[in-house]
Ligand binder design. Structure first.
Ligand SMILES: [Zn+2]
Length: 431
């Protein structure tokens, strides 16, 4: 197989020292990086290798969207300006009941096209019809952790759980190099305790993680106190959730004791600043979580509540929102970048993602730093990535050593067809 040589970029490696290498080269062989360093010292390309001249481009580790419901691209712009419970019960669940496997497939491909265009190379998904999402992942070349959804308050809950277990087993047997399986119990308020215990047992038995929503709104916390006399994260701990690897989305209203619980059990929080702002959920205590030692990743949440899947924009939001409480030092530019890369890798329990280093997977985004809004750039790359760049600045996206977008042209996806199919589905579902 031919190697990929990316020459003369500025490499923002996001290693522990946040090393930035001017005039760098990145060389990928198969799926992995085999050289990260000055272009002058790079191995010479061999005949048949793909060589990209990346002069003027800044390379970063592919961004990781640590919490999304990808096929909710169908809901983009269909239900704005509502609080979470009204939004879910009146606008989302009634339509979701009519969504087909085919709808999920096309809506997922749309989300993947959008993310590849924004330099997102991995996503952590929670949605129905996992097989359709998996097909979209296999065909597009992106990387994903697919958890599906388990909701216990539905009449066919038993069937949903059985199917979720079978699906994890099937994905494990397949062993696809770009797909990780997990379980996705939706939230403590939608999955009763006996079913949660069974999901946790299944995750422990099969050796996979759990992706869930925790402590998203003050209303959720109040209802949990009233019904169970405790708070959602503490209750989940009592049910044994943290005996398996957990990535918890939102975590907007944890108590101090719950933050300590998350830290003690190495749970990872997927912070979703845009979604939390839009649904009026509040400001997650990111600095307190980090001070306690909790790894924090970034998620866009679904396009119904964001409304884009642009992780660069989420970095910007995370850095600004943390400062609204009046601490301008909270969530610095480097910290926001680390959350979108290394934090995301932590959410998936992978140390070979989210960093440009030899031996890591070759998941890379290259941004065009010749744009006026990214100038002057020398020595200011990390600031620009958080405060000035957006997904549209991404020029080239590489996943698993494969160039999936170059010069803003997607190589594996037929965008016109995808858009047409999603528009058709939206017309049918929303009238
Ligand atoms: Zn969510």
């Amino acid at each position: 197989m031919s190697d990929l040589h990316i020459l003369h970029c500025t490499a923002v490696t996001v290693d522990d020292a946040l090393t930035v290498i001017p005039d760098a080269a990145l060389v990928a062989s198969d799926a992995h990086l085999v050289y990260v360093g000055p272009a002058a010292g790079a191995p010479a390309p061999r005949p048949g290798d793909e060589v990209l001249d990346a002069t003027g481009l800044v390379a970063i580790p592919g961004l990781i969207n640590a919490h999304t419901h990808l096929a909710m691209t169908l809901f983009r712009g269909a239900a704005d300006d509502l609080p979470l419970q009204t939004w879910l019960a009146e606008k989302i669940w009634p339509v979701e009941a009519r969504i087909t496997r085919d709808d999920v497939y096309w809506a997922s491909l749309l989300g993947i096209a959008e993310m590849l265009r924004a330099g997102v190379t991995t996503f952590n998904d929670m949605y129905w019809h996992v097989e359709a999402v998996a097909d979209a992942v296999r065909e597009s070349g992106i990387r994903a952790c697919l958890s599906g959804v388990v909701i216990g308050v539905m009449p066919n809950a038993e069937e949903i759980l059985t199917a979720a277990i079978a699906r994890v087993r099937t994905l494990q047997a397949e062993g696809h190099p770009r797909i990780l399986p997990a379980f996705g119990p939706h939230a403590p308020y939608t999955v009763p305790a006996p079913m949660l215990r069974r999901v946790i047992e299944a995750a422990a038995e099969l050796g996979v993680g759990i992706h869930t929503h925790l402590s998203e709104t003050a209303g959720e916390v109040a209802a949990c106190r009233q019904e169970f006399g405790t708070t959602p994260i503490a209750r989940m701990a009592e049910l044994g959730l943290f005996t398996v690897p957990v990535t918890a989305a939102h975590v907007v209203h944890p108590t101090a004791g719950e933050i300590a619980l998350l830290a003690a059990h190495d749970a990872v929080v997927a912070h979703c600043p845009s979604s939390n702002m839009k649904l009026g959920s509040g400001i997650a205590p990111v600095s307190a979580l980090q001070d306690a030692g909790v790894a924090v990743a970034l998620g866009t949440d679904g396009a119904g509540s964001n409304n884009t899947l642009d992780v660069l924009r989420e970095m910007h939001m995370a850095a600004l929102l943390a400062k609204v409480g009046s601490d301008a030092t909270a969530v610095s530019a480097p910290e926001a970048l680390r959350m979108a890369t290394r934090g995301g890798a932590a959410a998936l329990r992978r140390d070979d993602l989210g960093v440009l280093r030899v031996g890591a997977l070759a998941d890379i985004a290259l941004l065009d730093f010749t744009a006026p809004h990214l100038t002057p750039s020398a020595g200011r790359e990390i600031s620009h990535l958080t405060y000035a760049a957006h997904g549209g600045d991404v020029h080239t996206t590489v996943v698993h050593g494969q160039v999936l977008m170059h010069n803003r042209q997607l190589r594996t996806l037929d965008e016109a067809r995808i858009r047409a199919r999603v528009n058709e589905a939206a017309a049918r579902l929303f009238g």
